[in-house]
Write a protein that binds this ligand. Sequence first.
Ligand code: HAM
Length: 419
Amino acid sequence: MAITRPKGTNDIMPEEMKRWHYMENIMRTIGQTYGYSEIRTPMFEHTELFQRGVGETSDIVEKEMYTFQDKGNRSITLRPEGTASVVRAFVENRDYAEAQPTKYYYQGPMFRYSRPQAGRYRQFNQFGVEAFGSKDPAIDAEVIAMCMEFFEKLGLQRMELHINSVGCKVCRPVHKQALKDYLAPSYEELCDTCKNRYEANPLRIFDCKSETCQEIVKDAPTITSCLCEECTDHLNELKILLDASGIEYILNENLVRGLDYYTKTAFEVMVSDIGAQSSIGGGGRYDSLVEEVGGPDMSGIGFAVGLERTLLSMKAQEVSVLDKEPINVFIAVISDQEKVPAYQLMQQLRKNGIAAEMDVLGRSLKAQFKYANKRGFSHVVTIGNEEVQNMRYPLKNMKKKEESKVSIEEMILTLKEEA
Ligand code: HAM
């Protein structure tokens, strides 16, 4: 029996790659304009990093991690997300000792063992950013602006930006107590998972899928109603900055993100066109994570976008990737004798930045043309003995069906102009 790919993974085949490159170019441009530099961290880390970073009570750490013992008996985990790794790298490489803020962006595969469905995979790709060293709401606004600009530049529409504040170590315990007091009379009706959450992290009950739990928590006190003065001011300033930059948002007091490290700002971007897995990106501030991972007391904020879900949304919204038709030349030879000059021409074109290929299967001239047509080459040059002698070659534009005899120099000029 043929071997198939593991459940929840995807092959990205060459024809799909155009869209990925398109997204990657936009990422780089946005990173550059906002002053973020690219960082690449390992795809696996010591399990403890995610336990400490993402949080023991999060679904990711409780149920979704790809964790294994390596041959040296270390507990290793395939990264389920990028933030904890980037924070670790920031601390380990002592970038905190440089002039602040430090701003990174990253892209790559993440791994979560969850039940696969459309838009939810076991290996998926994220584009993310993390900014360290500033508590200023202006950096929260900047990070949100980058996230929205990414989707806008891709041509996506109908995104909804939800924002909230999840408080800090001052107001969170106040809310936790208020929530527990409110839930106490209904404790027995909570599902088993939420009974556990009640003590450890009652905020997560807002996230429960059970209808009974949703009903119980419906009118529970929200964190927003318990925010301390500092968190209230921070949220208000963020709202002013978002308004000033024309970014529309919904203040969603029930928004709690599935990762434990957030403080103050939390946000999520949804689209309705892709069904249940509608969150295409999310992020927030994490003012204790750097210290938790062993660094100094320094704040951070970032977001990550799910690239597969972004692509699904683009397809659902029929967003086309506007791309110029590529210029690529197929060099057809009349006989074997022209193989060497054809090879030389191919290499000369390539060295001048022009994509070129020649036959490597010993096809007849007719079959070479058929192949060039099928593969969609933009130009075909045919080389026979006469062309080699006169050093002038028929360059055929396959789309316009026009042909002109040119020298190699003219050929390069023409093709470069068209590219
Ligand atoms: P997250 O909300 O867990 O946040 O993931 C961010 C995005 O990754 C989601 O909005 C979704 O589009 C995509 N995603 C998550 N799980 C899957 C999956 N199983 N299959 C396909 N796509 C998925 C984080 O990961 C945080 N590290 C974001 C962040 C950065 N917060 C601060 N800095």
